[in-house]
Design a protein around this ligand. Structure first.
Ligand code: GLP
Length: 250
């Protein structure tokens, strides 16, 4: 794993956007696995800026998002489809028909999960998977559990996740209790993974993910088994990592 320590959120976002931009420039028809949450917002802002300067084009890119709240339509302002339109898709030249997010309003969750897995396979898998990490170490919405769930699945959100995400909703009651999420298989099968982590409240989980046991109780820990992971984090997020060997300061 390559670890970049950045001074702050802005520097982290710029570094992460560099990795994505390099991917898109090297392989213009790549498949990007995309993430939501506050961690990648600055990364998307930077990409939109560079797109505006004509540094890169998304015209041939396809994207698959990690997850979606179960029960929210893509027009709901807190849905992940809406987030992606607002922060990236509406501002760059990616073709709408090449952007995929699980359907939170599908009739049958199981069928939607199977469809999403087939879709990822039909695209040939993910070239670069962008990930944030929850305070409890979740990736996508793969919450801590007794085993790693491999395929796209429906998940009960952990109380700590509902608590963390309630800031985006009018009240805690409005936070959906379930979500659809890509499973560990397609995340780990991505050719390259870019993990962005920011803030002191992630420091404990990040240190454990990097140095503790690989366990489904801390889903991000499995990333250590992937051959090509770039972690881009700010100082605060890396503040509990004792072993600084290999950490590059940018
Ligand atoms: C959300 C998303 C994840 C995200 C995580 C952290 O619930 N499902 O994909 O990485 O929680 O979010 P944030 O970056 O806002 O801390």
């Amino acid at each position: 794993m390559r670890i970049y320590e950045c001074a702050d959120y802005r520097a982290m976002s710029r570094q992460a956007a560099n990795v994505i931009s390099a991917q898109v420039i090297m392989k213009p028809d790549c498949v990007l696995g995309l993430a939501t949450g506050s961690s990648p917002v600055g990364t998307y802002e930077q990409l939109v800026e560079w797109y505006g300067k004509k540094d890169l084009s998304f015209a041939r890119v396809k994207s698959v998002n990690l997850d979606e709240y179960w029960g929210l339509s893509g027009t709901h302002p807190q849905s992940y489809r809406y987030f992606m339109q607002e922060h990236l898709f509406d501002h760059v030249d990616i073709l709408p028909e090449n952007t995929y997010v699980p359907n939170g309003l599908a009739e049958d969750a199981g069928a939607e999960c199977a469809r999403y897995d087939r879709l990822i396979e039909s695209l040939g898998g993910v070239d670069l998977q962008l990930l944030g990490m929850g305070r409890n170490g979740h990736i996508g919405f793969n919450e801590p559990g007794d085993c790693f769930e491999l395929g796209t699945h429906i998940i009960e959100l952990a109380p700590s996740t509902i608590d963390a995400n309630k800031r985006f909703f009018a009240s805690e009651d409005e936070v959906p209790r379930q979500a659809l999420t890509m499973g560990i298989r397609h995340i780990m099968q991505a050719k390259k993974i870019l993990l962005v982590v920011s803030g002191e409240d992630k420091a404990d989980a990040l240190a454990k993910a990097l140095t503790g046991p690989v366990t489904p109780k801390l889903p991000a820990s499995i990333l250590r088994l992937h051959p090509d992971v770039v972690l881009v984090a700010d100082k605060a997020a890396l503040s509990r990592l004792d072993n600084r060997e290999g950490v590059m300061t940018v």
